[in-house]
Design a protein around this ligand. Sequence first.
Ligand code: NAP
Length: 281
Amino acid sequence: MNAKIVDGKALAAKLKSSYSAQIEDLKARGVEPKLAVLMVGDDPASEVYAGQKKKNCEKLGIAFEMDRLSASSTEEQVLAALQTLNDDPTVTAIMVEMPLPKGLDNNKVQAAICPEKDIDGANPVNLGLLASGLPCMRACTPSAAIALAEEAGVDFKGKKVVVLGRSVTVGKPAALIALEKHATVTVCHSRTVDLAGETRQADVLIAAIGKPKFVTADMVKPGAVVIDVGINSTPDGLVGDCDTEALMSVASAITPVPGGVGPVTNAKLIGNIVEAASRRG
Ligand code: NAP
């Protein structure tokens, strides 16, 4: 078997072009989408990510605002800045760049973004709504992972999905979305006994653990679709959580790193900005 490489850049381009039409529609109705990114401190990776968001927004005609606070800001100052953005009627979408400087509580900060503007689905209210099967802002990376599996031809109904990783930002929401699509879902983590025994049962394996090339050929069922969420910086460059080369002869489809989940996550962020603005409109 020679696995099909699922092209994230192509899917991202397709999604962005449909969002572009929706943005035109919104503007025609007098609704102006606007993203505000709050950056606390000057983490270099966050600078790059925020810059990418600015570029993506500008390309699609979405207004962009960057608000900066120093790394020594207190929790009260960060929460006050978010309250100002929550109250600003011209801001339709808010995102806080992570990681926050030491001493600030991620959960408290993310919970302070009003759920309707929370385009990263990071507020616990949005995760709760997702778990309840209600409309909400969904985290972009898990949505991207699911969309890529569907792009590879997966119909989740009745499929056995194994999610490797149980983080609030990726693993848990990915499991909930697959469950909503009628898959039978197993979530594995660092305390899972016989991890390979679990992953070998997966029709769809979603790997999100942050360990370079962790998933090897013997952990994958022949013909499985593998979605590699991991982004790991190594001396050989960026690699995923899967040993892509080894999996090529076992899986039926696999997402590359880079060029898989990453670009679709960026596109889904635009999708959430459009959704937040249309709900307000
Ligand atoms: P995280 O918060 O560190 O969570 C990692 C999860 O993996 C945890 O649930 C952990 O289990 C589990 N885990 C770690 N080592 C394990 C092991 N040896 N065996 C089994 N489970 C193990 O990471 P995350 O934020 O979910 O991110 C995961 C990966 O996705 C990272 O590489 C990250 O860079 C990447 N990512 C990519 C994108 C994108 O746009 N492509 C976006 C976000 C994240 P415990 O809970 O038991 O500790």
